[in-house]
Design a binder for this molecule. Structure first.
Ligand code: FAD
Length: 407
């Protein structure tokens, strides 16, 4: 078995690992960056539908689920959105802000972002080797010894940037948690897919409406009636259930609650531009129009049919002839459609991971482990996940910067 060495070995060449490696090398460290994947940067390339939503114009700790919001706030303040914009500008990547507040490269190509990162790594002297999966790492007197399939590597310090478990085909399969645990770290009890589409039971009328997208608001409500989360955004109805930004954004709250409460439901408001009272008055005033024709003013034909189906209201009935319970059912399915899900679409369809190594086990100033000296952690392996909109990359850039700059 051959052996190599470096001051710093970064495990994982995703967004956080690349950023950490670049900043460590720029401080004069001899950096070896190892990644288990044949193709590095898969997640950067698929992000934002291939356009890579690099960050968001305004990022605060409120945009994240995390085991410590103050730690998230401190990390984000240490490397701001402006720092991200400036970094990419220096590397020749100009970011433009869209109406939603999301920032994308002006090229609209994620490849531009990945190429800039790989170029910056190369220019700063980072040695990137892949596919080279780290199977285990141990503490030695001089630092660390890492085992890959065919080699061992000695390092004074290591940065664990192995991501979570989302999109395992990209190389993030959860082995990083085992490595962290081998150094005495814990991981959250709940490590689940997040930013993930949700699955409705077979036969649900909304599954027949696959392909319809519409602006909506979604509220996650516990069995007790407590409101757990609320979001507004585009909703996509699919052959299995719901997807699109609004669905992904409530998936964390839904999945977390579902673990203890199978009665947790999502109330979908499919007509958020008017109130339920306005809808009620509008039906009452529609007199001789059929309820089907009336619904078609608001929705595509297939969705109108699904709402009628769920409301058990015959489409040819005029609005004047609707019974009170039929009218109430129609307005309910328009404004508070109660959706109970069977589950989520799983790791292969998730964008991020809920849970990870608790933030209480790192010193945020440096991202160094409080459990093992010389071990640093950054990115999605930590118990932080953001909402849709560039927040997860901003966490990766900021935490990767701090780790690389401190190591
Ligand atoms: C489809 C999709 C779209 C997304 N779109 C966006 C977006 O537009 N904006 C946004 O902000 N976020 C987006 N995200 C989330 C974002 O991509 C992640 O939060 C971010 O990439 C996490 O970075 P990371 O470096 O911590 O982990 P990862 O990107 O997962 O990188 C971890 C790396 O570690 C390597 N690795 C793992 N274990 C080992 C090991 N044992 N040895 C060696 N290497 C190992 C993996 O091969 C991988 O390359 C998206 C995610 C997905 C899946």
């Amino acid at each position: 078995m051959s052996s190599s060495q470096a001051d710093v070995v970064v495990i994982g060449a995703g967004a956080a690992g690349l950023f950490a490696a670049i900043h460590a090398a720029r401080r004069g460290r001899d950096v070896l960056l190892l990644d288990g994947a044949k193709k590095v940067g898969t997640k950067i390339l698929v992000a934002g539908g291939g356009r890579c939503n690099v960050t968001h114009h305004e990022v605060t700790e409120r945009d994240y689920h995390a085991s410590s919001k103050p730690v998230v706030r401190n990390v984000l303040r240490s490397y701001t959105v402006q720092d991200t914009i400036d970094f990419f500008k220096r590397e020749g990547v100009f970011l433009k802000q869209e109406a939603t507040g999301k920032l994308f490269p002006t090229t609209n190509r994620a490849r531009t972002v990945l190429d800039a990162l790989l170029h910056a790594a190369e220019q700063s002297g980072v040695r990137l080797e892949h596919p080279r999966r780290v199977l285990e790492a141990i503490r030695t007197e001089a630092g660390f010894e890492l085992q890959t399939e065919s080699t061992s590597v000695q390092a004074q310090r290591i940065i664990l940037a192995t991501g979570g478990r989302a999109l395992p085909k990209s190389g993030s399969d959860g082995l990083g948690y085992t490595i962290a645990e081998s150094f005495g770290h814990t991981t959250s009890d709940r490590i689940f897919p997040a930013l993930v589409p949700l699955v409705l039971p077979g036969g649900h009328a909304f599954r027949e409406v696959a392909g319809v997208a519409l602006p909506a608001s979604l509220t996650v409500v516990a069995r007790s009636g407590k409101r757990l989360a609320y979001t507004e955004g585009d909703l996509l109805l699919t052959h299995f259930g719901i997807s699109g930004p609004a669905a992904l954004d409530v998936s964390h709250a839904w999945r977390d609650a579902f673990e203890d409460d199978h009665e947790v439901r999502v109330l979908a408001n499919l007509c958020p531009t008017q109130s339920i009272e306005e809808t009620d008055a509008s039906i009452r005033n529609a007199g001789g129009r059929t309820i089907q024709a009336w619904l078609r003013d608001f929705f595509p034909d297939r969705l109108a049919a699904a709402i009628l189906d769920l409301s058990e209201a015959p489409g040819q009935t005029t609005c004047a002839q609707l019974t009170k319970s039929q009218r109430l059912a129609v307005r309910t399915y328009m404004h508070e459609a109660p959706l109970r899900f069977e589950g989520d679409r799983g790791w292969h369809h998730a964008e991020v991971t809920m849970g990870g190594v608790p933030l209480s086990e790192i010193r945020w100033q440096s991202m160094e482990s409080t459990v093992t000296d010389g071990l640093f952690l950054c990115g999605e392996i930590l118990d932080v996940d953001g909402r849709i909109g560039g927040f997860n990359f901003q966490w990766a850039w900021a935490s990767g910067y701090l780790a690389g700059n401190s190591v």
